[in-house]
Ligand binder design. Structure first.
Ligand code: ATP
Ligand code: ATP
Ligand code: CA
Length: 218
């Protein structure tokens, strides 16, 4: 099933979404008010159109109502981002994803009916911070304000031990949902599986519990 996308705002964030969607063979309508951006994306997007997205009539003329998913990637101009989102919700677009610049912006976007609000700088910053703290923390996915999934590499403190030895659930309140070993992934780890150095554990839990686990075992 092929879906049509529109990306509004072709900065680094919107631009890379546009590029990736195009590479995956999707139809992308790219919109920016800056002519240079439109020239830059002429050959990347299916259509690249110079337009001010805060103007409802213009968006209608572009046939935005036929598009399944619109991504608003206007960053610095919060007013333009909000106005564009209002216009899109008024037009009953099925799915609207908007990039937020700060927490306040995020709150407003949720209020006015954006279906998904993303905060790439903040989220990437958190991920990288985890990675900086320890080379053995490979990735980090926020599930809610206080729960996450992390990917950690088995190092000295866990190698040669089983999940029973470590008693991760009882000691740290976290669950090991999978163990990756080279190309294999075991999605139902047994209590007596022996961990080897370099294995990757995928762990789910509250941030507090995960943090305790990381301090003691990673
Ligand atoms: P990034 O960090 O992703 O590079 P940014 O957060 O700095 O981007 P901006 O450069 O402020 O974001 O905006 C991204 C793009 O959005 C710009 O190319 C800008 O021309 C475009 N843009 C801003 N306002 C409008 C508007 N009203 N209509 C269409 N495009 C707009
Ligand atoms: P369960 O609670 O799953 O019914 P159990 O407590 O009877 O099992 P085992 O499954 O043998 O006993 O596990 C012993 C201990 O090993 C558990 O109490 C738990 O702390 C730890 N453990 C086992 N599997 C995992 C896992 N996937 N993630 C975290 N800890 C685990
Ligand atoms: Ca920016």
């Amino acid at each position: 099933m092929k879906r049509d996308y529109a990306v509004i705002g072709l900065g680094r964030f919107g631009g890379s979404i546009c590029q990736e969607l195009n590479q995956e063979g999707m139809q992308v309508l790219a919109i920016d008010k800056d002519e240079d951006k439109i020239n830059e994306f002429k050959n990347i997007a299916s259509h690249a159109v110079m337009a001010d997205s805060t103007d409802e009539a213009t968006l209608r003329e572009l046939g935005i109502k036929n598009i399944d998913h619109v991504i608003v990637a206007i960053g610095d101009n919060i007013q333009a981002s909000i106005l564009t989102t209002v216009v899109l919700t008024d037009l009953n677009i099925k799915k609207i994803t908007v990039k937020a610049q700060n927490d306040y912006h995020e709150k407003i976007l949720n209020r006015i009916g954006a279906h998904q609000v993303v905060h790439p700088e903040r989220d990437m910053g958190k991920r990288i911070a985890r990675n900086i703290i320890s080379n053995n923390i490979l990735d980090y996915l926020e599930l809610s304000d206080d729960h996450s999934i992390v990917e950690v590499k088995v190092g000295e403190r866990m190698r040669g031990k089983t999940l029973v030895d470590l008693d991760i659930r009882a000691n740290y309140g976290c669950n090991v949902v999978a163990i990756k070993q080279e190309k294999d992934i075991n999605v139902s780890p047994a209590a007596d599986d022996v961990l080897e150095e370099g294995d990757i554990l995928i762990i789910i839990g509250s941030d507090k519990d995960i943090s305790r686990f990381e301090k003691n075992l990673v």
